[in-house]
Every structure is written in structure tokens, then in C-alpha cells.
Design a protein around this ligand. Sequence first.
Ligand code: UGA
Length: 441
Amino acid sequence: MRITIFGTGYVGLVTGACFAEVGNHVVCVDVDGDKIARLNRGEVPIYEPGLEALVARNRAAGRLVFTTDAAEGVAHGRFQFIAVGTPPDEDGSADLRHVLAVAGTIAEHMEDFKVVVDKSTVPVGTADRVRETVAAGLAERGTQVPFAVVSNPEFLKEGAAVEDFMKPDRVILGTDDERSAELLRALYAPFNRNHDRLIVMDVRSAELTKYAANAMLATKISFMNELANIADRVGADIERVRIGIGSDPRIGYHFIYPGAGYGGSCFPKDVKALARTAYDVDYTPQLLQAVEDVNDRQKHYLFSRIREHFRGELAGRTFALWGLAFKPNTDDMREAASRRLMESLWEAGARVQAHDPKAMAETRRVYGERPELALVDSPEAALEGADALVILTEWNLFRSPDFETIRERLSAPVIFDGRNLYDPEILAGLGFHYYAVGRPL
Ligand code: UGA
């Protein structure tokens, strides 16, 4: 089948490469000429396990093409996927400028029936606006060409996006149009084996399903962070509590890890946007607001503990940071807990020596060269002469370190662990001051 994808970010690129992998012909369009040039040289601008090989293989086979030429893109695909960004506006609502611009472009060039697929995370009602935009564009040209608009939200996790696309838990299709439902069923057939994972529903419910899923997951995390803060104060161990409650299948073990606050491009943005949608329809979303507030406070948690430990005297100190990315297996720094912490430390006059297996180039891009930030080649190098070690991302590399080396290289044996990686008793036995989240010292 012939597919066109607008937007070559995480979602667009993974979607395009995975559709090509099962034999489709995919054209990916982006307005960013540099990005397209890089992709055409075989460079994949993001780190995502398995993606580079997938892009290389399918480019070489001629099934995956990158272009800035929107007309070529529109002419190519029966399916026109919109996978461009929806950054938050100042009031937290999703900015639909890029989505609607693509809808306009499709209308400008289409000559035959198209299924326009909203893949970007967009507020309820966006499919209607896309439909109106395409219709208005066609009317402007004085033509009538049939088209359908479908909502097909993505559920890819960064760091496992290729795997999630190839073996989805579910594929949500929001459409009122029988013909496009059948076409999309055929398109997703290679990823829909063993049992039917396709869930077809009306467009608005599909749009809301995406936000509901992310908001539910974010709620679980904020709930656990709240409990961790209570555990701190009553002398309980949140890790024991986590294991205790997770054994109830109605609660489950997934996504109940307390930590330094959730980050990434999705949860913070989507919780805000869903709250905004609620306000827009005159409903006060008390729970969503609390989920966001708790997360905001949690991003400050480690800094508060650091400040307490050093009695407010942070100026001139150096902190070793392990982990910069918002989670392991990605180089993504968006809304990462490390950012808030580093900025607070700098403001207090401290320096940071950091190591991350993938996100150092991205950190450099975000913060540039500055004397208060040293990015070093190994976890050990980060420790050299530092006043304490702070752990922000649970990369496997950090799970079983040589504590002897840590003690020797730090100027004092102090660890602030935002991911609860170690056993407090063992660390106390080794002579460390070990601060974790929601665990007794
Ligand atoms: C999230 C969802 O998990 C995907 O299903 C969704 O498709 C995606 O957003 C999206 O909307 O595009 P992602 O942002 O890649 O995926 O990251 P997650 O793995 O969900 O982690 C988000 C944040 O929550 C991370 O900062 C992580 O450290 C934190 N987290 C996660 C916790 O603090 N505790 C947990 O128990 C789980």
C-alpha cells in the first residue's frame, strides 16, 4: 500500500519505517530541509533502539523515501498520516497550527480519495477541524474530491517505540466511515496477528482515549509519589508498600514506581492539555490538576533533600549526576527531572559533573558550553572530587556499581537516588549516607 507521513519526529519516523518494513511504500514529508537531508544520508536524528537499521534497510529497498516536497507526498499515498508536533500553547492547550497546516497542504494537492489519519496527539474535536480545513481548501480550489478523516492515536513508548509499533497492545481507530475503517484494518493486518487488537470507535472517543491513557498512567505515578512523601514522614518504606499493593491484580505492578517526577514529551503536555479541554467545557478537573501539581513538587524533591543535607551551603560544591535523559534508552531531555535539578543547583552556585549513556549531546545542545556543567565519558569520571552522587535516570549501567570506587572518588560518601536503585541497608552497611525516595535513611 502507498502511505504518506507528514512529520519525521519520533512518531512519524517510527510509523513510516515500520509500515515500510512490512512491504508498504512510504513517503515521509517534513518541512525541515536539514532533517530530510540527514535522513537521506542515512542519519537518524534520534536515538531509538532498532530504528536506524529499520530506516537503512527500507531506504535501501526503495520502500522508504524522505522529501520536503509536499505535493509529491500528497500524490503518493492513499493514506495521509499527520504526525507533526502539537506543542503546548501558553495556556496548556495543544497548538494545532502544524496539524491544520498539513490538512491545508493535503487539500491543496489531492486529486483522488484520501484517508487523512490524525496520528498526532490532538484534543477532542480536532478531526472535525481537520475535516473542515480540508473541505475549505478543496472549496477554494473549486474541486470536489472525496476524503475521510480518521483518528488513530499512537501508544508508542520512547525507547521501545519500534517494538510497540510492531507488536501493539491495541490499535485504536476512530472513524464513522465504513470504507476507511476497512482500508485501515487491511493496513494494520500485519501487526494484528494472534488475536484482534483493532478497536474501532467513533472519532471523539478515539481522541479522548489517547489522553485518558496517558492521564491514567501519570495519575498512577503522582499517586505513588504522594505516597512516598507520606512514607518519608511516617517512617515507612515505599518500596515495601509498592510490592504490597502491586500484588493486587486490580492495582498491578506496572507504573507504580515513585521517583523524581515524570517527564518526557507526553505526560506533562497531555495532562495539561486534557485539563485545558475540561476547563473549555466548563468542568474543573480537580484530579488532573492535582496530578500535575504533585509532579511539579516531586521534581523539586531531590534538590530539597540535597539542600537540607548540606544545610543550604551549596555554593562552590560539585555534584556528580548519573543520568540526564527523562528515562532510560532514549536521548530525550524534554521535561527531564535532571533539568530542574541542574538548574536549581546552578542557581545555588554549585557545579555539575554528569554522565549519561545517550543524552550528553542533547544536554550540550540544550545548555551549551558553560563552566558549571562538565559532561564526562564515564560514570566513574563524574564522581571525581564531587561532594555527592545524584541519580536521575535508571539506566541499567547504574544498577550495580562498584560502591568502593564511588566512595573513593567522592569527597564524602553521600548518594541521592531519585530512582530507588539500591538497598538502603546495604548502603548504610557500606558507610553511605543514602537518600532514596520514600525510604527510611
Ligand atoms: C508515554 C506512554 O507510556 C506511551 O504509552 C505513550 O504513547 C507516550 O507517552 C506518548 O503519548 O507518546 P513515554 O513518554 O515514552 O511514553 O514514557 P514513559 O515510559 O511512559 O515514562 C514517562 C515518565 O514517567 C518518565 O519520566 C518515567 O521515568 C516516569 N515513570 C514511569 C515513573 O516515574 N514511574 C513509573 O512507574 C513509570
